[in-house]
Design a protein around this ligand. Structure first.
Ligand SMILES: Nc1ncnc2c1ncn2[C@@H]1O[C@H](COP(=O)(O)OP(=O)(O)O)[C@@H](O)[C@H]1O
Ligand SMILES: [Mg+2]
Length: 745
């Protein structure tokens, strides 16, 4: 078939395609392979093509035109019927990839959602390899699970064999935050097909700035005005003190923004010194994420025809949410804008941007039912308008009831794995675009669907019912912890030294309009501070060419083995740094090992709310000569993952946490412990217990549902105490940790 054929936008080829229909009936997947096959009595009428299987997302006439072209295999029907003759069990389920869709994938944690998204991405890649479609697939990944698509799924080889499939990797392009990228060795970047991800500050709207600069997303009016004035000055130019004119620029960095505060007399006259300082601090913090940079990554870099692109923001950790939302917003807006040009001037939108499949994992954080995020409106518009311009959207969530209705209601295909909460089941029932048999509505039934089994509701078979199918095994590897993730961590560690120091020595200035907060002048010798900021800058990265569209399988095998060797060697070299505290990496296990010898010793004060700490009982762990960064890292991990403190800090699953790192040179560590405890007690916390575990003492305090744990370590003359706040309410944790931060000044 001609490679240039465009099935999305032309429809003349029907006859040619018809002649390509395979003449052999489709092979069924055996019932043994589908270990779960419940009986459903309601009759199942679907679009069944004996040569291909059950076809979803297509009308009968559409399928007649395209036949097997542009279908992706999701899995096989796993329900049986009362009448063995009408049972479709084992029939492959094929999804239409030719026309645009809005899909919604739901399921509780661990039910197989992300895995299913991976299947969709694989099928897009395969259909492109067969030259049946040409689209761009963009996968948005917050938990580092899709990058591994480059590797074959060797772990599930047996399962693949049962399905008659072979494992293989796919040449996806992986975009990671610019700073993580800059910290990785060149060879790794090249071989793992990593590319730097950046957001240009000029793309941010006023409300985006709120999310970037302030935790709750809400800037004070003064700060909002200041941001507006800074951006205005940059765009239109301004006059310096000595009268020279600074010309306006189109694109700018965060450092340029800081420079405006420093050098625009109009801003200096208008805003209090404390407001300026507070803004500079917040901008610096945003800059440290290492993702804001002029130029930025555009939709045209990410959405490339024939290419699956993974945007992996996991290395940003807890900051990922707002950054990701801003990025998704920019991406949705740009894709729609480029695609819309099609209708305006008559030329094909394809020249600007290919039809794009945007696949978003964990979407409830981006399009929540209540509250706003920088991405919410853009995703909803994309869901509403995208299909008209050839664009597809796949939203995935563990909490359908927490996703904006406007987004779900656009779906033409809903796929649900197991759900266990009533309101999630209800949300699914209300939105399913096909009939839901009574049996499926039953809580026990839907909460006991095995992993990888899903219900599918398809709008094109509107008046028919949904059905149960088993998702096929992945050809490529589904992510989780791997050695490259460790390398991401290492890369985060490298350029972080300055940052940690900042967090400890530079105090946050609270902006309280009513209270005049003057900063001691020697603390912010402005020029000095700017210099420091320049030093911190990541050197400009060389021009990065766009990824080549295809690599052969042999290339991949070669590259894979090369990367694995490389990473292993690198890890052996890094071993010493990683095992400072002789504990496993947090990602590998959160269950601290139980050791009979080292049972923690507990001094319990939980019944005595007035208990005072006897610091002579507190052990301070002495380390050899360590870099401050490493000391801080090791201590923080120790408090987070030691058995004593971990159990105390994280009694349930959904826990918010905040770390305040206290670091000081030439002080008595016990004085510092006493001071920290004193401040916390003043804020209403009481001592819960002291727990002694392998040469560390964990001081544990609590107030209602907020819990605090810390422990002291010393290297040379540097004392380091990470103080970790945890609790079920974000607000509770933030308020207490902020108050503590202020008091520690
Ligand atoms: N269809 C499937 N076939 C085989 N294994 C699966 C399937 N779906 C999920 N799994 C297994 O379950 C694990 C969790 O699935 P995942 O998709 O990551 O869960 P979540 O719903 O939390 O995104 C995967 O790592 C994989 O091993
Ligand atoms: Mg997942």
């Amino acid at each position: 078939m001609d490679e240039e054929h465009d099935f999305q936008e032309t429809s003349e080829e029907a006859d040619e395609i018809d002649s390509e229909l395979p003449k052999e009936p489709v092979k069924l997947i055996s019932e043994d392979t589908l270990d779960y096959h419940p009986r459903v009595s309601e009759p199942l009428e679907l679009l069944v093509d004996p040569d291909t299987g059950v076809v979803v997302g297509r009308s009968q006439s559409f399928h007649k035109k395209y036949g097997p072209v542009g279908l992706g295999m999701l899995g096989a029907i796993s329900e049986t019927s009362d009448d063995i003759l009408t049972s479709l069990v084992g029939t492959p389920v094929k999804l239409d990839l030719v026309s645009p869709h809005v899909m919604f994938v739901a399921g509780k944690r661990g039910s197989g959602k992300s895995y299913t998204l991976g299947i969709i991405a694989e099928e897009l890649a395969l259909a492109m390899e067969r030259s049946q479609i040409e689209v761009a697939g963009v996968l948005i990944d917050t938990v580092d699970v899709f990058r591994q698509m480059v590797e074959p799924n060797v772990d599930q080889e047996d399962l693949l064999e049962k399905w008659g499939l072979d494992d293989r990797g796919f040449p996806v392009a992986v975009y990671i935050p610019r700073r993580t990228y800059a910290g990785l060795p060149d060879e790794v970047k090249k071989k793992a097909r990593l590319y730097p991800l950046a957001i240009s500050p000029r793309e941010l709207s006023d409300s985006d700035w709120g999310y970037v600069l302030e935790k709750g997303g809400q800037l004070s009016t003064t700060m909002e005005n200041l941001i507006g004035d800074i951006i205005d000055s940059l765009r239109h130019g301004y006059t310096l003190e000595e009268g020279t004119r600074q010309e306006g620029i189109r694109d700018f960095s965060i450092n340029d923004m800081i420079r405006v505060i420093e050098s625009n007399p109009a801003i200096q006259d208008l805003y209090k010194a404390s407001t300026q300082t507070a803004m500079i601090q917040r901008l610096r913090r945003a800059n440290r994420l290492g993702i804001f940079h002029p130029g930025g990554t555009s939709a045209q870099d990410l959405a490339i025809g024939g290419q699956i692109t993974v945007i992996d923001v996991a290395p940003l950790g807890s900051d990922a949410e707002s950054v990701l939302a801003i990025l998704t917003n920019i991406l949705c807006r740009q894709v729609l804008t480029y695609r819309m040009t099609w209708t305006d001037d008559g030329t094909s939108a394809r020249e600007e941007l290919p039809p794009t499949w945007l696949i978003v994992d964990e979407a409830h954080t981006l399009v929540p039912r209540t509250g706003n995020t920088p991405a919410k409106e853009a995703i909803i518009s994309y869901a509403k308008l995208g299909r008209r311009f050839g664009c597809s959207l796949v939203l995935c969530t563990q909490q359908p009831s927490a996703v904006a209705d406007d987004a779900i209601s656009q779906s033409d295909i809903i796929l649900s794995h197991s759900l266990s909460h009533d309101n999630d089941i209800r949300a699914l029932q209300q939105r399913a675009p096909a009939v839901m048999p009574e049996q499926f509505k039953d809580k026990v039934f839907i909460s006991s669907l095995p992993r990888g089994v899903a219900l599918l509701f398809d709008q094109t078979t509107e008046n028919k019912r949904g059905f149960i199918f088993k998702v096929r095994p992945r050809l490529s590897k589904h992510g989780g912890t791997d050695r490259l993730s460790g390398l991401f961590e290492a890369a985060k560690l490298a350029p972080h030294e300055e940052d940690l120091k900042d967090e400890i020595t530079i105090q946050e200035v609270e902006i309280d309009e009513s209270e005049k907060l003057e900063v001691p002048s020697d603390e912010f010798k402005d020029d000095e501070m700017l210099d420091e900021i320049e030093d911190e800058d990541i050197p400009d990265l060389p021009h990065v060419p766009r990824p080549p569209v295809k690599l052969s399988r042999e290339d991949w095998e070669l590259l894979d083995s090369w990367i694995q060797d490389y990473v292993t060697t690198l890890f052996e070299q890094k071993q010493q740094e990683f095992s400072i505290t002789e504990e496993t990496a947090p990602r590998e296990t959160t269950e601290p090992e139980v050791s009979i010898v080292d049972e923690p010793i507990i001094e319990d004060y939980s019944d005595d709310t007035d208990a005072v700490i006897d610091v002579s009982n507190v052990a301070v762990r002495r380390f050899g000569n360590l870099q401050p960064t490493l000391l801080a890292k090791a201590m923080t991990r120790k408090v987070l993952y030691s058995r004593s403190s971990h159990e105390f800090l994280f009694p349930t699953e959904s826990i918010e946490r905040e770390t305040v790192l206290i670091e000081s040179d030439d002080v008595d560590p016990w004085d510092l412990v006493e001071r920290i405890t004193g401040i916390l007690v003043e804020r209403g916390l009481h001592l819960d217990s002291l727990r002694h575990e392998d040469d560390f003492t964990f001081v544990l305090l609590r107030k209602d549902e907020v819990r605090v744990a810390f422990s002291a370590g010393i290297s040379e003359n540097t004392v380091c105490i990470p103080v970790i706040f945890s609790g079920t309410s974000r607000r509770g944790v933030s308020i207490l940790s902020d108050q503590f931060r202020v008091a520690m000044r």
